[in-house]
Design a binder for this molecule. Sequence first.
Ligand SMILES: CC(C)(COP(=O)(O)OP(=O)(O)OC[C@H]1O[C@@H](n2cnc3c(N)ncnc32)[C@H](O)[C@@H]1OP(=O)(O)O)[C@@H](O)C(=O)NCCC(=O)NCCS
Length: 195
Amino acid sequence: MKDHGRERIRIRHAWEGDAEDLLSLQRQLDRETTFMLLEPGERTTTVRQETAQIRRSFDAGNRTILVAEASGQLVGYLEARGGDYRRNRHTAELVIGILQEFVGRGIGTALMSEAERWARQHGIHRLELTVMEHNEAAVSLYKKMGFAVEGRRRDSLFVEGSFVDELYMAKLLDHDVDHPSGTVRREGEKPPGYG
Ligand SMILES: CC(C)(COP(=O)(O)OP(=O)(O)OC[C@H]1O[C@@H](n2cnc3c(N)ncnc32)[C@H](O)[C@@H]1OP(=O)(O)O)[C@@H](O)C(=O)NCCC(=O)NCCS
């Protein structure tokens, strides 16, 4: 294994030119961890579709993809997907994955912190995710970041021959700014068009 100990890790938002590298990273994660959703070879996304997805995340205002880069190589990512409708635009679902060779070096913490900073700036009020119950590193990371377990999806996944429970975890963000879509209102405030 290479010594990456002294390499500087840079966290930044993905742009369209990252599509191919991001896909390779996701495919490598599909091969080396069973803690994410797809099995090896199951990811059918093309570079074109990935590019479009990154573009959509710019346009939506409540979506983003963060990447962790070491010496020009993408070694981890976090995707935040806000809801599509006025009633759930303030809620963003998170997915995170870091290459095995780079885990345990604070990259997960850095990506989650940056996601939270971005979420607060974009009027996101709720961050949520699902995690396999036995994924101790991920559950510890989320608890450390202030996420609470809200529920359990019994037998929701079938992993290497066994049913696995997932936990629902979420964190509510307090912020003073109004939601950009206007869907988060102060008490008593009426939505547009409701006289
Ligand atoms: C889960 C994952 C994102 C954590 O990222 P990471 O970069 O290793 O995390 P960090 O180094 O920032 O560690 C953050 C915290 O996670 C916890 N943690 C990390 N590795 C751990 C381990 N092996 N066992 C228990 N807790 C662990 C600790 O609480 C740690 O905080 P601390 O260092 O202050 O004690 C990463 O391991 C990963 O991508 N794994 C494979 C894919 C995956 O599981 N994705 C999540 C699917 S829900």
